[in-house]
Design a protein. Structure first.
Length: 146
C-alpha cells in the first residue's frame, strides 16, 4: 500500500513538472497572453518635478482606465537624480496580443491626449529618443527573475 502511494505521488509530481497542471487547469478558459515587459527612460526638467509628481499623485481616472483597457499592467514611474540631471524610469507589463493596436488606441484617446499635454512639457527627452520624435527611450532588458 505504501509503495503504491509513493509511486502515485512520483507520477503526479512528474505530470505536474511536465506541464500537465497548466493543461489540466484549462477548464475552457482562454490561455493567458504572454506578458511582455518594457522599461523606458526620459529626462525631467528640474523645475517641473513637483508638478509632475502632483499630476501622478492624482492621475486622472479616465487615463488610468485607458491604460488598463490597453492591457498595460504594473505600470510604475521612478524618479532619480544622476549627477546634475533628473531622470524618470518607467516600467510596465503588456498582457495583450497586439501592442501596436493598443498603443494607437491609447494615442487616439482625447483624455489621454489632454494628459500628455500636461506631462510632455515636464519631460526632457534623451537625444536618442528626440531623434525618433519620442519622449521616452526604450531600455534593454538584461535580466529578469520570475
Amino acid at each position: 500500500m505504501r509503495k503504491s502511494l509513493v509511486v502515485l505521488m512520483v507520477v503526479m509530481l512528474g505530470l505536474f513538472a511536465t506541464g500537465c497542471s497548466s493543461m489540466c487547469s484549462y477548464h475552457g478558459k482562454a490561455p493567458a497572453a504572454k506578458v511582455q515587459r518594457f522599461g523606458m527612460v526620459t529626462g525631467i526638467k528640474p523645475e517641473k518635478i513637483e508638478y509632475y509628481k502632483k499630476l501622478h499623485a492624482n492621475a486622472w481616472p479616465a487615463v488610468n482606465q485607458m491604460i488598463r483597457e490597453c492591457k498595460i499592467r504594473n505600470f510604475s514611474i521612478y524618479l532619480k537624480k544622476i549627477g546634475e540631471q533628473h531622470y524618470l524610469f518607467g516600467y510596465f507589463e503588456y498582457v495583450g496580443t497586439d501592442l501596436d493596436a493598443d498603443m494607437k488606441r491609447m494615442a487616439a484617446d482625447p483624455e489621454t491626449q489632454r494628459w500628455w499635454k500636461e506631462t510632455d512639457p515636464c519631460q526632457d527627452p534623451l537625444p536618442t529618443a528626440a531623434a525618433k520624435g519620442k519622449i521616452w527611450d526604450d531600455l534593454e532588458e538584461v535580466y529578469h527573475l520570475e
